[in-house]
Every structure is written in C-alpha cells, then in structure tokens.
Ligand binder design. Sequence first.
Ligand SMILES: Nc1ncnc2c1ncn2[C@@H]1O[C@H](COP(=O)(O)OP(=O)(O)OP(=O)(O)O)[C@@H](O)[C@H]1O
Length: 677
Amino acid sequence: MEDSVNVGIRVRPSSNVFDQSIAVSVVSDNPPVLHVINKQLYSFDHIFGEDASQEKVYNIMVKPLVQKVLQGYNCTIFAYGQTGSGKTYTIGSHPKGDAEAGFIARLCDELFSNREEYRDMAISINYYEIYNEKVFDLLSDKKEPLLVKGFKVDGLETIHVHNQSEAAQLLAMGSLNRHTGETKQNRYSSRSHAIFTLTCVVKNEICETEAKLNLVDLAGSESVRKTGTEGSQFQEGININKGLFYVGRVINALTTNMVHVPYRQSMITTILQDSLSKRNFITLVACVSPDLQDVHETIQTLEFAQGTKKVKNKPEVNNAILEYKKNNPTLFERPIPTSAAKVRSTPLKRQNHSMDCAITPGIVKKPKPNHTWTPCSAITECEIQTPPSLSAMSVASTLRDGRFVLSSLSPIVQKCTEVVENKIMEKFQLLMKPYTYRSTPEKPKTPQFSWQRLHSEVTQIVRNEFVQLTSQRSHTSSSPIETSGDSNVAKRLDFDDDSSFVFKLPEKPPPKLPRKKAHKNETELDQSIQKAPRRSMRLSMKMPPLTFVVQSGKRKSLRLMDKNQAGVSPERHPQRIISKRPPIPTPRTKPSTSNTISLEDAKIAHCNNILNILNNGNEKELQKLPSVGLKTAKQIYLYRQLHGPLNNIKDLSKMQSWMGNQYQRFLRSNLLNISED
Ligand SMILES: Nc1ncnc2c1ncn2[C@@H]1O[C@H](COP(=O)(O)OP(=O)(O)OP(=O)(O)O)[C@@H](O)[C@H]1O
C-alpha cells in the first residue's frame, strides 16, 4: 500500500425493483472511475460496483492492513455514507454466513484461523458507541455514558479473546446494545458511531508491539428532511453530522499535512486521536446508493470522500473517461432531469481542481425538455438554448482535442481559467445572436454553427493566454487555492506586469470613454451585436480598458469594466484579461485617492478596531489580541471596570500592571504605531 489513506467507494444494489432510475454507474474498476448523473465523473483509489462481493471489498480494503497491524501500526477503517447505503452491511455487525460476512467477521477469521502465522499474538476487543457525543460501552450492562480523559475512555471493558467464536459472540452482543431507530429511509438505522477495536499485542524474542485496528461504522450522514427526524432524533442528527464533519476534517488535515488537526472538535476524533495520525493507516469506505432519488446524498458522500483525500490525476483515468464518453455519447448529451438539476455542491466542496473530471457543478441551467444537444448542427433563432454544462464541456474539450490538458496547470491558473470560461459562457447566447437570423431568400444562409467548435475556439484562446501567463509567472502557481471562491481568483488576478506584483495607480487620469460604446442594458448590447456585420470584426474591436478598483488602500482587485462603462462586455474579450496595458481606474473611482491616504484610513480603522475590542471585548475576545494572555485580559477587563472605557489606545499605558516593556510589546505585536508622547 503506497498511501496511508485509502479511499474506496462502494455502490450498493438498487432498491428500486421495478423502476430503472439509476443515477450512478461504474465507468471502470481499474482505473477506478464513477459516473453520476448530471455529468459528473469521480475517481478514487477503489470503486466497487453493485455486484462487488463482500470478499472482494475486504481483500482490497482491509486485508493489507493486517500486516500493518502486526508491524505495530494503528489502523482505522471507516464506513461512511447516507443512511441505508450499506455501512453496517460492509463493516458487519453480525457474524453472518460466509458470503455475507462483513469486515469484522472476516478479520477475526483471518487472525484466528491462521494461528500458526500469528501464534505469539494476544488479541483483545473493545466495542463501544458514540451516541449524542457520549461514549457507551456495548460490552457492558452499564447504561451510563463513560468518562473520557484526554483521548482515553475511562472504564471501558476490554475482553481478551482466544478464538473466533468468542469474538463473534462479543460482536453479536454489542450490536444488540447499539442505539438504533427507525427513520423514513432505514427501519434499523444506526443512530450512533460504533467502534469495534481489536488490540493486537505481538511478542517475539526482541520486542513486543501493540497496535489497534478500529472498525468504525459511522452513523448515516443524514439529511433531516429526508430521514424525517424530529425532536430528540433531530438532535441526534445534528451530533451525527458534527462527528462526521470532523472525521472528514481530520483525515483531510492529515492528507494535506496541515499543522493543526482538529481532533478535539468531536468525540469520535478525540477518542481515535491515537489512531488517526500520519504514522498510521486510514481506510475510508464510502457507501452510496445508485438510485436517482438518492443522487443528492450520493454526491455529498462522494464529495466528502474526495475531500478527505486529494486524488492524483492519472492519465489512465482520463483515457477511461474518454473511452466511456465515446461508448456512451447519449449520457453526456441528454437533458438533465429535474431532480438532478437541483443538485448543488456541499459545504465541503473544495479541491475539485485536483481532477478535471470532478468539477463541481455550478447552478445547472435546465434546457428545454426533450432537447438533445446535437454537435455541429446549424441553429435557428427558435433553437437558441442554454449551452451544455460547462463542466462537462470542459472535460471534453480539454481531453478530446488533446491540445491542452487543464490539469497540467497550477490550481490557480486552473481556477482562473474556469472563471473566465464561466464568464464567456454567461454571454454565450448574446454572442450567438448574429448566427440566428433565419435564412431567407434576401439574406445569405447562416454559416453552419457548432457549440463545440465555438467553445473550443474561445477556450483555446483563453487557455493559450494562461499558458503564457504560467510560463512567465511560474513562481506564482505553487500554492494551491484551497477553498477558493471567485473572489479569491479575482485577488489572484490582481497583478500587473511588474514583477514585484505591486499595483500602481496610473499617472494620467483615465480617458473619457466614448459614449457610443456605453450600453445601458443587455438588450442594447444585444442589438449592437446584431448590427455588427461579422463576429471576427467584433472581436477585433478595441479592447475596453481594464479596471482596478482602489478600496481603502488595501490590495487592489482587478475588475473587468462593466458594460455600462466600457460599452462592450469584457467577457467577450477574455484574451485581453492579461493585457499588458497599464491599468486605468474606473471613472467612478475618486481620481485623487492615493495609496498614502488610503493607508492612513486603514491604520485608523485598525486602531479603532483594537480600541473597540479593548473596550467591549470579554476576556476570551481580549485574549484573541496578539500578546494578550489570560492574565493580561483579566487585567484589562479589571482596569476597564475601574476606570471606564479607554478614550484611546494610549490610555492603556496607564495600566499599572504592565511589566517591563510589556506595553510596547503589545503595541508592536498589534502593529500599532503609537508614539509615547
Ligand atoms: N452491497 C450490498 N449488498 C447487498 N445488500 C446490501 C448491500 N448494502 C446494503 N445492503 C442492504 O441494505 C440494507 C441497509 O443496509 P445497512 O443497514 O448496512 O445500511 P447503513 O448504511 O448501515 O444504514 P444506517 O446508517 O441507517 O445504519 C440492509 O438490509 C443491507 O442488507
């Protein structure tokens, strides 16, 4: 196993016996690619289709961990997914017959039946659950929650087992004690996270190693709306989702080498802290339902799984996608069903730039029913439609023409490219108007039009520009945009040609823009486009100046001048976004603003902010200020009680409890440039 985090997806058999509305299909097992309706493609370490046997899933996901445990590594296997998606089935809460046996039964079988191999090993079992953020022992009669000290659970029963039947008995007994409840989606829905821990102590002549193997059956990732929970079940749902969220955050922090791993934010991550670390091994089996009615939860689960581990893009995956698209052209051309059209990405969406095929859908525009996107068809006025989903076309265009692979660029440029593409697509219909007059005897026939061709033309122009940009600015592309929204991208675009990336205000005031270019609304713009004789001529029109908006002396953001000011929408000229011309401020911006004035304003605002915290903050808030600890916070608080609010920050120097140059240190660390006199 090359990675310490291994993510697999398991698709359970459909529960729709008669209805064939399936939303998920496995594109290929190897390389693993999954297709979800609404044109999304995902890749993970492993994907198991509906017909994957328990044995197959166990052999791939769990078996390799046995050796790791014997070598002394802690291993944790999580089953994650919506309620009823097969988590308990996969982990195995009951010692079932051979074919149906889950991970726990198979593991015990492996460890005990090969006693020769594991002769000098002692195994003990803990089985407990986390219900409503409290720990309950499933192997004990006690009904009270257990105390947690640090990351250790106090008073947990640890039972030594010597053979498989003893282990099976404990599993069966503990499973009966689990908190379950009936929801709309599962009659015996697990309402808790159940943790079955095998502690293996291996002795040999030289040393003794101890390692844990945790099998965690997480509670269902729920949508309260769908499960129909209320009252105490609703509260359970909140705690369940909290636990799940932090499991995801912790694994993500480990895979991305974050300095801070948020173990303490939920009970489950607190307790498993010693097993969830970079030194140990983590396996996540995300269970999904293939049914169309569950597509929203399925996408949430897939994005959760994707969020836990950034899957590296592999060429074989791209080839598999291409092959699949070739064989299933209709899947990528048919209109999006209403239920799927509502699907949005989850709050956990991020890092989708890691794979071209997993671009998160934006708001999906729904084409007219029964309309099929036909490549290279001439269109008439009445046929103007919303263009196909950008994400799908992006994948296609980046891969099909083979000229350009988006993923080869840095995340920043990928994101920028997406932004520009989106802008172009927004105006697509307007751009297309000139093509749409009907062919009549008076007018010449409209040239044959193809969405694909136009899209790839425009995209290629933009991307070529970005390729140049990356080659000039390769040093800017090292830091990935973790949770970038468009605003971040705007910031990223925020540079001119100067290598220091310092924004410069233009020396001359901006030239007055010709009025004739100003368009008040889209209809006007629309008309002017129609009047323009040829698209090529329109594209050769003079580029509207780029606008830098100066805001409170902070970093300036590059904005494309809107059509009210420039007359021509900049989205139609994406190739100019990295124009080398010096930036011209918008006529609306105060012409006299200089950086010094803005910086002064910023300083004053900063001082006021700190003064506000000093006067109104409670002890906790005061401690958020640099160089203010609990003691100083208490002193400031007391000083305020005795002397009333501070008139200015300098008043703080009157506080007698400052030691040595503590006050100066406070000023320095809060970046307060206040003179002593
Ligand atoms: N891969 C599979 N093959 C056959 N049956 C399955 C599979 N996955 C799930 N099932 C069946 O689906 C039903 C629900 O599964 P299970 O109880 O494991 O869901 P769950 O995800 O644990 O739900 P909850 O979170 O509510 O506890 C069970 O009857 C189970 O046998």
